[in-house]
Design a protein around this ligand. Structure first.
Ligand SMILES: Cc1cc2nc3c(=O)[nH]c(=O)nc-3n(C[C@H](O)[C@H](O)[C@H](O)COP(=O)(O)O)c2cc1C
Length: 317
């Protein structure tokens, strides 16, 4: 079971003092998100079930072996030297996609040069010139899409408010439209956690949406991403891909996300756990392990492909 491996890696990170993501303020966002995912139940549809299932998926014109991708990662050099390159190699061996968060342009170039499809998520810098420069660098590096973690407008934790507010700021619709216009690549809105922002993203011409509470660090008592997913998927209406993140660590988590309307799921901390234990190989092991659990869930519910996953197999709370 891959869950045991992830738990072992997680405990290792904690013992080294490297795992500090516990959500902001009361930590309720993290707890409620997990509780909501766990409260969704799945029924069996085994009569005439397929012998195996195809977990491959296509978005932004690329085919992937799995809908499980990396979260928009950064700052993992404390786990392994050149951590982001190690991370990307692990994702590449699993036939997945690498989402890249804050970091130097050179690092992004090195990741793209590996040949793995990469997506760059740019911070909502106050300095908009920097945003345009980062958009250009992502295009030049060969990314398949770009985006912005719009939920980082005030930093990721309450304690960071003043600090992050120095260099990030909320973006207006007009500014977001200008970023979209400045790039040929699909522009993804990461950190959408309301129907209101989803409508705005669609109106502005978003190329994708990531439903996220930034590991529970965006706001205390955040609505669980999986809970709001069906509403946002309905707004996106399959016109653009919808992704979700937040404590994705089991095949059943990914299965539930897909059944509720997501096109893919992003994982941060569970992949870091694999990296802690076995570097790039550990990351590959976690992605493949979760994907095999997803395949099993698909077979047991009668879905031979991702498109055949039937939302009615879920029993919502
Ligand atoms: C070490 C680390 C670094 C991260 N850096 C970024 C970043 O630079 N940009 C971003 O949009 N999100 C960043 N995130 C947030 C993730 O993309 C993701 O939203 C979050 O981790 C939720 O997934 P998880 O619960 O599986 O970790 C980071 C997360 C971690 C754990």
């Amino acid at each position: 079971m891959i869950g045991k491996y992830v738990e072992e890696g997680w405990n290792h990170l904690v013992s080294r003092g490297l795992q500090t993501v516990r959500g902001c303020e009361t930590g309720n966002s993290v707890r409620q998100s997990r509780a909501y995912i766990d409260s969704i139940q799945v029924e069996l549809r085994v009569i005439d079930a397929p012998l195996t299932a195809d977990t491959s998926c296509t978005f932004f014109g690329r085919k992937f072996a799995t809908p499980l991708m990396s979260g928009a990662m950064s700052g993992v050099d404390n786990i392994r030297e050149h951590g982001m390159i190690v991370f990307a190699k692990g994702m590449q061996a699993a036939g997945s996609c690498m989402w890249v968060g804050i970091g130097p342009d050179q690092e992004l170039q090195e990741i793209c040069d590996l040949g793995i499809p990469a997506i760059k998520i740019i911070k909502p810098y106050r300095d908009t010139d920097k945003i345009f420069q980062k958009l250009e660098a992502a295009e030049k590096a060969g990314c398949i899409a770009v985006g912005m973690d719009i939920d980082f407008a005030f930093g990721s934790k309450s304690g960071d408010f003043l600090k992050a507010n120095d260099w990030c700021s909320p973006k207006t619709s007009a500014e977001l439209a200008s970023f979209i216009a400045a790039t040929k690549l699909p522009f993804i809105f990461k950190g959408v956690l309301s129907e209101r922002d989803a409508y705005k993203a669609m109106e502005l011409g978003a190329g994708g949406i990531v439903i996220s509470s930034h590991s529970g660090n965006a706001i205390d008592y955040a609505v669980p991403p999986m809970k709001i997913l069906p509403k946002i998927a309905k707004i996106a209406d399959r016109k653009i891909p919808v992704f979700i993140d937040g404590d994705i660590k089991h095949g059943s988590d990914v299965f539930k996300a897909l059944a509720l309307g997501a096109d893919g799921a992003l994982a941060g901390r569970s992949l870091m756990a694999g990296m802690e234990l076995d570097g790039a190989e550990g990351i590959t092991k976690v992605v493949k392990g979760i994907t095999e659990e997803l395949r099993r869930n698909m077979c047991l519910t009668g879905a031979a492909s991702i498109g055949e996953i039937d939302p009615s197999v879920l029993w919502l709370p």
